[in-house]
Design a protein around this ligand. Structure first.
Ligand code: ADP
Length: 234
């Protein structure tokens, strides 16, 4: 059974590496259909938080609930089965495969037609037979999103999808994310580009030093003195 209304619930999540408190007592919810931005200076704990949700790390304490399910802490498979899917900030290499094959391996069901459908959805229909090793950087970022969508996620996490992209690609990306949101997929979006965050996010969570220091609409957090100070101090 899936709890209605809440796509992601984090309760008092903590994770340290040696003496570094990367994530400290973070509690947070993403509602069904909501796009939540996650921002904060470098080293504030954003990627660690996504790593905890996606099961790459187990938390020291606290819990993660995805669409009403509680995946086994620290299990990528279990988080994926619960419906969490993510892209990475640094592109993963699967260079020996074609674009189509790289999506096929992500499908939970279905075959080539379904995989091609996801490539079409991200604007890569014509690149299906191209090897990943031969694809342009921007195209690879869109391919990552197709691969994440192919798992039919209940929560899509995008880790700096616009990083290194050209302006036209960023415009394409914003339209794509808006269409994913329109389809009802809840999204956690780590993104440095303020205009992208303002355009897409219903609410924005701000981290600093592992803690959640602000949560509100893009306009609210932009004017929050704590947020301004965190960025000035970084
Ligand atoms: P952000 O994504 O906001 O830049 P991170 O989550 O990557 O922040 O990092 C938060 C803190 O945790 C940093 O001090 C970072 O050095 C530390 N950290 C993250 N991952 C590891 C790891 N695997 N081992 C040791 N320290 C880590």
């Amino acid at each position: 059974r899936r709890a209605k209304g809440i796509a992601l619930r984090l309760t008092d999540l903590c994770k340290s590496f040696g003496g570094v408190r990367a994530v400290e007592s973070v509690s947070l919810e993403i509602r069904e259909g909501e796009t939540l931005g996650l921002i904060g200076p470098n080293g504030s704990g954003k990627t660690t938080l996504v790593n905890l949700i996606s099961g790459l790390y187990a938390p020291d304490s606290g819990s993660v609930t995805i669409a009403g399910r509680s995946p086994v802490p620290g299990s990528l498979m279990s988080a994926c089965a619960a419906g969490a899917s993510r892209t990475f900030q640094n592109l993963q290499s699967f260079s020996g495969l074609t674009a189509l094959e790289s999506v096929l391996v992500c499908l939970k069901e279905g075959g080539e037609r379904e995989a091609l459908g996801w490539l079409l959805a991200v604007g890569l229909g014509e690149k299906a037979r191209v090897r990943c090793s031969e694809m342009a950087y921007g195209d690879l970022r869109f391919l990552e999103i197709a691969r994440a969508l192919a798992t039919r996620p209940h929560l899509l996490m995008l880790d700096e999808p616009a990083a290194g992209m050209s302006k036209p690609d960023i415009a394409r990306l914003v339209l794509l994310i808006a269409s994913i949101k329109e389809a009802g997929v809840p999204i956690l979006l780590i993104e440095h580009h303020q205009d992208v965050v303002a355009e897409l996010c219903d609410r924005v969570a701000v981290m600093d030093g592992g803690r959640l220091i602000a949560l509100g609409t893009p306009n609210q957090v932009r004017r929050d003195p704590k947020v301004i100070e965190a960025y000035l101090g970084s």
